[in-house]
Design a protein around this ligand. Structure first.
Ligand SMILES: [Cu+2]
Length: 428
């Protein structure tokens, strides 16, 4: 049944609409210039001036299904989900040209940004002739229209951008993305606070979302969808479900889902690696997502684009285990991994006697050794994806019904923290 439905969705109305983006999505991945970094926040080129285009395409889901989506992509590039990550610096004038070849009016709102202009005039809600609200902001008209939004990025932080036109349909269909505003203090800081410094190579994004496949099916077929029946059945992180979520950015087998969610860090040490990593959490869903990194607390330093500080800039950051991201919220959380016990196979062995290797069953990311940077014997016939004695720690949405894909458990918004051995190491 589900397979039949998938095929119907795939070759249905999208072909009739002749959406160019579909062919482009099938044709291949993003150009080489946009293929890095392999992990972490992958800013789209061109900031602070961006040209986005609407399009339709398909994403792959962990249960083998595909889903018809709408989205913003870089103009001239294939469909992608979620939209491009827009990175700018505080004080810059940001321009976003929206080109809209789709058969419906589409817009972009920038929650948290002030004095947004549309084609040079203050952006404002749109109403039809009867006074009914049709859009929260100016639109790019259907069938090839465009609109240019501009604003001065007034304050640093993590923000969403999303459609302001029929958002209960368009945002859920995928018209959203992340906006990162870096502070004037420097790109290695989250805010204009010296204590918000992080390790630039350890900056990550976890953009959380959900899908009701029947809403997508209706959109693909041009049918109406009764919003009172809305019932998400897939939950995603950066537009992917586990295990795709731990694949690199721009993995070639996920041509329309360019953003991975793996975090990869080194252990902290005072001289060579003194600053923590940073995770930028965002949610465009309708429910709370209690994200839950195993092993250690995060330090919440900002929410909704505001540093956690008092009127005199007192530090109000706090440690938290489960990061409970509400609908529309963003949270900025620093984290670190410390070799707290200094275990060493020679100087400080783990005080546990393990069973004979033939009696063990290991996870496929285990190196065969409990010591960072070392490898050891694996049970007969076992293989490993471990590359250089690194550690893997799971990190996942702790609402367990949300780490499913239409009922298939242990998929959806799950990812790993990968801890590499200290440098120099043999890791690829
Ligand atoms: Cu857990």
């Amino acid at each position: 049944m589900r397979e039949q439905r998938t095929k119907g969705m795939r070759w249905g109305v999208a072909r009739k609409l002749g959406l160019v983006a579909l062919a482009a999505a099938m044709a291949g991945a993003l150009p080489a210039a946009a293929q890095s970094p392999a992990v972490g926040v992958a800013c789209s080129p061109g900031g602070p001036d961006f040209t986005l285009a609407t399009g339709a395409g398909y994403i792959s889901l962990p249960d083998g299904n595909t889903m018809y989506m709408w989205g913003y992509s870089q103009a001239g590039q294939p469909f992608q989900h979620p939209g491009p990550v827009l990175c700018v610096t505080e004080g810059q004038t940001v321009t976003v040209v929206l080109q809209n070849p789709s058969p419906m009016d589409v817009s972009i709102i920038f929650p948290g940004q002030e004095n947004v202009l549309a084609d040079g005039s203050p952006a404002q809600p749109q109403f039809d002739g009867t006074g009914r609200l049709t859009s929260l902001t100016n639109v790019a008209p259907a069938g090839g229209g465009s609109v240019t939004y501009s604003f001065v990025a007034g304050k640093p932080g993590t923000f969403l951008y999303e459609s302001g036109t029929e958002p209960q349909k368009q945002v859920r269909m995928g018209l959203f993305g992340a906006l990162v505003v870096r502070p004037a203090l420097g790109a290695g800081f989250a805010y204009n606070r010296p204590d918000s410094q992080f390790t630039p190579s350890e900056e990550f994004m976890l953009l959380l979302s959900e899908l009701d496949p029947y809403q997508h099916q209706a959109a693909e077929q041009g049918a109406t969808f009764d919003l009172t029946t809305y019932h998400p059945r897939y939950w995603l992180v950066n537009g992917r479900g586990f295990p795709d979520s731990i694949a690199d950015n721009f993995a070639p087998w996920l041509p329309s889902q360019p953003y991975g969610a793996l975090a990869r860090v080194h252990g902290m040490d005072a001289t060579s690696h003194p600053y923590p990593g940073l995770i930028r959490y965002l949610s465009v869903g309708t429910e709370d997502y209690p994200f839950h990194p195993h092993g250690n607390n995060g330090l919440v330093i900002g929410r909704d684009g505001r540093p956690l500080e008092g009127p005199g800039q007192e530090d109000l950051s706090f440690e938290k285990f489960a990061i409970n991201i509400g609908p529309g919220q963003t949270w900025d959380v620093t984290f670190q991994w410390r070799d707290a016990e200094s275990y060493s196979s020679t100087a400080n062995p783990v005080p546990v006697t393990t069973s004979n290797v033939a009696n063990l069953v290991h996870g496929m990311f285990y190196s065969g050794s409990p010591y960072l940077g070392e490898t050891g014997p694996l049970p007969p016939g076992a293989s490993t994806l471990n590359q250089c004695g690194e550690f893997y720690i799971i990190s996942h949405n702790h609402a367990l019904y949300q780490i499913t894909s239409w009922g298939m458990t242990m998929s959806g918004p799950i990812t790993y923290l990968r801890v590499d051995p200290p440098l120099p190491n043999t890791c690829p």
